[in-house]
Write a protein of this length. Sequence first.
Length: 460
Amino acid sequence: MLRRQFVRENPETVRDAVERKGVTGVDVDEILEIDEEWRELKSRGDGLRHERNEVSSDIGELKQAGKEEEAQAAIERSQELKAELQRVEERADELEDELEQRLLEVPNVPHESVPTGEDESDNVERYREGFDDLRVDPADVTPHYDIGEELDILDFERGAKVSGGGFQFVKGDGAKLERALIQFFLDVHEKQDYVEVAPPIPVNSASMRGTGQLPKFAADAYRVSARQADDYDDDDLWLLPTAEVPVTNMYRDEILLDDDLPVKHQAFSPNFRREAGEHGTETRGYVRVHQFNKVELVNFVRPENSYDRLEALLGEAEEVLGRLGLPYRVLDMCTGDMGFTQAKKYDIEVWAPGDDMDDGPDVGGRWLEVSSVSNFEDFQARRAGLRYRPERHESAEYLHTLNGSGVAVPRVMVAIMEYYQNDDGTVTVPEALQSYMDGQEVIEGHEPIGESAVGAGDKE
RNA sequence: GGUGGGAUAGCGAAGUGGCCCAACGCGCCUGCCUUGAGAGCAGGUGUCCUCACGGACCCCUGGGUUCAAAUCCCAGUCCCACCGCCA
């Protein structure tokens, strides 16, 4: 959330941010009008209340002095003031609520270094890593959803049966590989001074508002014990769409000590996203699902350090891909593609050679976003009441929050299943993961189970 | 789930209708004093409106009673203790 004062004083900047981020339904002029009217009523209400306070204290004195008649007249005057005050303040409260609602829907202002652009085609590629000596030719690679089925380590049909489309079973060596990845990520980040937290999975509406999921993106999250369209209040629960929500809100409405900063937390959790209308050939398989695992990195820092920290956080997130030997690239996200809450954002995209897509690299294959690394400046901190007390100032200030995925597990699974695929249809376990797999070097798969396997000719 | 206790400024803590524009202590900031530090003394230390003067608000949240609420009433949230149930 932006400061009211900031919006008042920089309407052009705010209008510009709304437009460049492609946010609809926000009318800055209307917000300014509401603010203007509210301030007028506020000052009238203050005046009335001041008068009432004076009359009220007179009543006390008059009664003490035994001047009953005058006291009675003052009481009547006070009642008149009360009625008028109520009228003025009711309207002022309405306007303030409205103002607050509107401000929650105003996006964060992009940092000056962010490239202007409309959509993903305007993002700027900063660099690529790991493309010098590729171990596969994309022409020979089987997509992960096919090889996952052949090895019987990914099962989307049974996931859909048990929970619905977009849910899956990961089985046998696949499940083991996924667990190894999680453990590996956590270990790498622990050495980068991250303190791990295991967060609650359901989070309340106040938390969702703190990180910026609510009110604008209610339709993207799963609700607990309520219908999707039902009204919600602060205490209602949602399934976390990312561990960013519980972890960023962990210190909500608190004041941290200057010495505490920077605070670096990592959290492993499943993530739940409705992903309405996002299904199609581009998202086939383990690429865009309703439930997936992720290790999330969250930083709380002093405002003056946040951009240095953003660069360092990018390095921390990409380290896991480097150690897995997976080729990837880093994008500087443009204004139109960066999202509502971010002031600046980098995306890390891993190379998945299995499906050849138009917007993939020249060698073939496709890019898969596995991490986005963002600086929110004080946007989340203001919504969530996250403050710290600088050493030489008397009052608390909003700190800056950053986060980065470290990283989304399923898409790394996809990249491994495709990039580390062998000619015989097996998958080599990346060296960095072998110690997490009891030394296992190759995934050879499992015999499918059930009569459907016989029908498909996979089993006798 | 039950019973009881609690929530007051950055922290600790007093305050049971008008003398509370919330005592006191600690921390922090500014000034005085000092060669410097410390001690001491004075002022300050949340939010909002106002160019300013100044004013309004803030005692967990939301309602209510009253001319007047930190204080009384109702509902809720969270914390603590004990009891019950439970992996």
